[in-house]
Design a binder for this molecule. Structure first.
Ligand SMILES: C[S@@+](CC[C@H](N)C(=O)[O-])C[C@H]1O[C@@H](n2cnc3c(N)ncnc32)[C@H](O)[C@@H]1O
Length: 271
């Protein structure tokens, strides 16, 4: 686990839980904040946590404007923050296991094991949007391909891409903490991938057979405007993190394939 977590206390904001607002909540928080339900004797609550305190104020206002009722602040240590999260290995998608706590699973008979501890970056392998991206990587990535993971979070997809036989893998994120965590996870998984800070393509070089990007719909649409410059001929985009209501933002693109899990869409696009 990142040394950034040691002894650190994080601020959390707590709201009353309102199931009817789940889509709005996902739309505001997805990809940038950790958020989870708390059950207590007084009912259900929604807690939002971020290593960046100033961002919490912004999100507090956005959620209040969306009609959620703010209850108060709490302090949480990573041990508490992560305590509801799975520590046992689990099969993220067929043939790909995630081992959060070094259980030393063996990679045999074509099984891939990703060692990804629960951490401060998104990408534990539990979220539908990560799973759909992983399924498409498994389907479309052929050994020797070059892959860009744009918005790498924990680095889970970049590490998977390398283990599926990719040649060059570049993983970028605009959150410095994610860059640090992804670097640590690359070392932990003993894979040779490049990890660096980049806001969309600002620090990306080269051309790729596959660009995989699991970010919110609006940012993906922005990304698509210049994606062609970073794709090889016949290159593909694997996009995920698209909430169903925003799928229409991708009308007009050449959609090769589409998958839906709960309220999330993933698309394979050719441009
Ligand atoms: C939903 S997480 C995806 C993490 C991981 N790839 C996965 O699929 O589980 C989205 C990531 O995109 C990053 N991100 C958001 N906007 C970005 C931007 N403009 N440029 C680069 N990364 C961005 C966030 O910091 C976050 O780590």
């Amino acid at each position: 686990m990142s040394n950034l977590k040691n002894n650190k206390v994080f601020k959390e904001i707590v709201f009353t839980f309102d199931e009817s607002k789940q889509d709005i909540v996902d739309d505001i928080l997805y990809g940038e904040y950790d958020y989870y339900e708390i059950e207590s004797s007084e009912g259900k609550f929604l807690a939002v946590v971020s290593p960046y305190e100033e961002k919490l104020e912004e999100v507090k206002n956005a959620l209040t404007d969306a009609g959620l009722v703010f209850v108060g602040y709490r302090e949480t240590k990573p041990e508490d923050w992560f305590k509801n999260i799975i520590t046992e290995p689990f099969e993220m998608i067929e043939g790909v296991w995630v081992d959060p706590e070094e259980h030393h699973l063996e990679e045999k008979d074509g099984i891939i094991v990703l060692k990804i501890p629960q951490g401060l970056a998104f990408g534990t392998g539990l979220h539908q949007t990560t799973k759909m991206s992983a399924m498409y990587l498994k389907k479309y990535l052929k050994p020797g391909m070059d892959v860009l993971d744009l918005g790498c979070g924990s680095g889970i997809l970049a590490i998977l891409a390398k283990k599926l036989g990719a040649r060059r893998v570049l993983a970028v994120d605009n959150d410095p903490l994610a860059v640090e965590v992804a670097q640590e996870n690359a070392t932990r998984n003993n894979v040779d991938i490049e990890v660096r800070w980049s806001d969309l393509f600002s620090n990306v070089d080269g051309k790729y057979d596959i660009i995989v990007s699991n970010i919110i719909a609006e940012i993906l649409v922005e990304m698509l405007k210049s994606a062609k410059n970073y794709l090889k001929e016949d290159g593909l985009l694997i996009l995920s993190g698209i909430i169903v209501q925003k799928a229409n933002l991708f009308e007009g693109y050449n959609i090769v394939e589409k998958m839906v899990m709960d309220e999330w869409n993933a698309l394979v696009i050719k441009i």
